[in-house]
Design a binder for this molecule. Structure first.
Ligand code: DX5
Ligand code: ZN
Length: 246
């Protein structure tokens, strides 16, 4: 597997101090910040949108598009993923990770004003994200089989292939849920075929569950409540990293 990337989910941070929480978390050793965007349609919860990302992005001392430390990993739990790509680019998003399930059922236009009812496909959406100089991720929910990803990953056209796959290890929508070990065979199957792929796991990751996820081959580790609920977040980040890098 590629080296560990620890991406605390700011969903569990104090929303009244979000900019400070981002800066502190990076200072405590986080690589990326995982930013959960929920629209109340794709998932039964709402968080915030691009205007909030615009305001918190400058609290991290890393220019958008530089990648590495400070990457804003935006997990788009939204029904119309194509519609918000440009807004998130402007807000400073580095990695736009959309849900497969939303992409295949969405007829959204690519601008908020709406000019097209054309359906989008994952590969077209990935190309569109890449054209705007962001990395592209594709996420699947627990109910979606990993098999839907093979065709997308095997695309010979590089611009249409994702930079990262996100395997949800809870039902998306809320922090603090129990880890679903039932999802790990998806990670193993991906890792066996793609030794260099960035494979992210999200939901219920902690010092208790990290070993299983690391053994399966995950290297991008999201953790919300485990990091922000800890007395020493830096210590949790270190332990998660150790478990992946060995
Ligand atoms: C859930 C979100 C997760 C969440 C993880 O829908 O996608 O990123 O914040 O929180 P924990 O680590 O507490 O399960
Ligand atoms: Zn998430």
């Amino acid at each position: 597997s590629p080296p560990a990337i620890i991406a605390p989910s700011i969903l569990s941070a104090d929303f009244a101090q979000l900019g400070k929480a981002c800066a502190d978390t990076i200072a405590q050793g986080a690589d990326w910040l995982h930013v959960d965007i929920m629209d109340g349609h794709f998932v039964p919860n709402m968080t915030f949108g691009a205007p909030v990302v615009t305001k918190i992005r400058p609290h991290v001392d890393r220019p958008p598009g530089a990648y590495g430390k400070g990457t804003f990993d935006c997990h788009m739990m939204i029904a119309e993923p194509k519609r918000w790509v440009k807004d998130f680019k402007s807000a400073g998003c580095d990695l736009y990770c959309f849900h497969y399930e939303a992409a295949i059922s969405s007829t959204a236009a690519d601008t908020p004003s709406g000019t097209s009812n054309a359906k989008t496909s994952p590969k077209e959406l990935i190309r569109y994200i890449h054209d705007l100089d962001m990395q592209a991720g594709i996420a699947i929910k627990p109910s979606t089989p990993v098999d839907v990803l093979w065709e997308i990953l095997e695309n010979p056209v590089a611009e249409e292939r994702p930079d990262m796959v996100l395997i949800m290890t809870v039902e998306p929508g809320f922090g603090g849920q129990s880890f679903m070990a039932s999802e790990l065979p998806k990670v193993t199957a991906l890792r066996n075929k793609y030794p260099e792929l960035q494979i992210e796991v999200d939901g219920g990751l902690s010092e208790k569950t990290i070993d299983q996820a690391a053994d399966a081959g995950a290297n991008v580790i999201v953790a919300g409540s485990a990091v922000f609920g800890a007395a020493d977040p830096g210590e949790v980040i270190r332990k998660l990293r150790e478990a992946v890098d060995g």
